[in-house]
Design a protein around this ligand. Structure first.
Ligand SMILES: [Ca+2]
Ligand SMILES: [Ca+2]
Length: 250
């Protein structure tokens, strides 16, 4: 009987912990779509209550997320010939993130984030992404993600242009509180988009568009839920994709 009541107590404890963590991860989920950042413009404090660029630039939502100076926004060249992005089918149109020449490519989150980290990427070189519990890649290594060459997979096509046309999602669960992510590997060979903090599966506009209603009550609800902000960005993304083709035809 002693063993039984102990197990029962442990089980209740586990259920309580599971319920609490689930609530935390949902509340903490942040999606960085990079929409609104200029082409080849340092992201800097765009998501940190400041602006992109080197002087006063564009500002996004203040998530307390800061990027090192060599992390740039890059916009699909199909939007305008002035833009530089040679990619297609990015998860949220039409801006992605690329790391260029400069110092260490680091994302800092001073308040920290928990549970998981994920994103989409299209890469022509192997790369590694490391998650640490200290700022600027210090402290303990909480998790690592290895990216493989994938940019031409599945005979993908441009939209209408863009050689980097295949994207994969990748993510990891970790314990503890992460405060920085260091993106390693050759510069300018990897595009990133929809970087998602607080979930091991990135926000997926296509999946959410098709399956949001159907999956609303599934156990993976945390991973597919969208708040109004993200849903509106996904709608905008579909509209932008349609506009690209009319731009190319004119
Ligand atoms: Ca394109
Ligand atoms: Ca995007």
């Amino acid at each position: 009987m002693g063993i039984f009541s102990l197990s029962k107590k442990s089980l209740l404890g586990l259920i309580l912990v599971a319920a609490l963590s689930s609530g935390n991860s949902y509340a903490a989920k942040i999606v960085l779509s990079f929409e609104g950042i200029g082409d080849l413009t340092p992201i800097n404090d765009f998501y940190n209550g400041g602006a992109d660029g080197v002087r006063v630039g564009n500002s996004g939502i203040d998530y307390g997320v800061q990027f090192s100076n060599d992390a740039d926004g890059i916009i699909d060249e199909d939007v305008s010939l002035n833009f530089s992005g040679l990619f297609a089918n990015e998860p949220s149109a039409s801006t992605a993130l690329i790391f260029r020449e400069g110092g260490v490519a680091t994302m800092n989150v001073e308040a920290g984030f928990e549970s998981g980290f994920s994103f989409f990427y299209s890469s022509s070189a192997d790369a590694v992404v490391n998650i640490y519990d200290g700022l600027d890649g210090t402290g303990n290594l909480l998790a690592s993600l290895n990216l493989a060459v994938n940019f031409k997979n599945n005979n993908c096509q441009g939209d209408p242009g863009g050689g980097y046309c295949h994207w994969d999602s990748i993510g990891v669960k970790f314990y503890g509180k992460a405060r920085s992510v260091v993106f390693e590997g050759p510069r300018e060979f990897t595009f990133y988009d929809d970087i998602t903090l607080g979930s091991p599966a990135p926000n997926d506009c296509k999946k959410d568009f098709r399956g949001h209603r159907r999956d609303r009550h599934s156990s993976d609800n945390d991973d597919i839920s969208m708040d109004d902000e993200i849903r509106s960005e996904c709608k905008d993304s579909r509209r932008q994709r349609r506009n690209r083709y009319s731009f190319r035809q004119n």
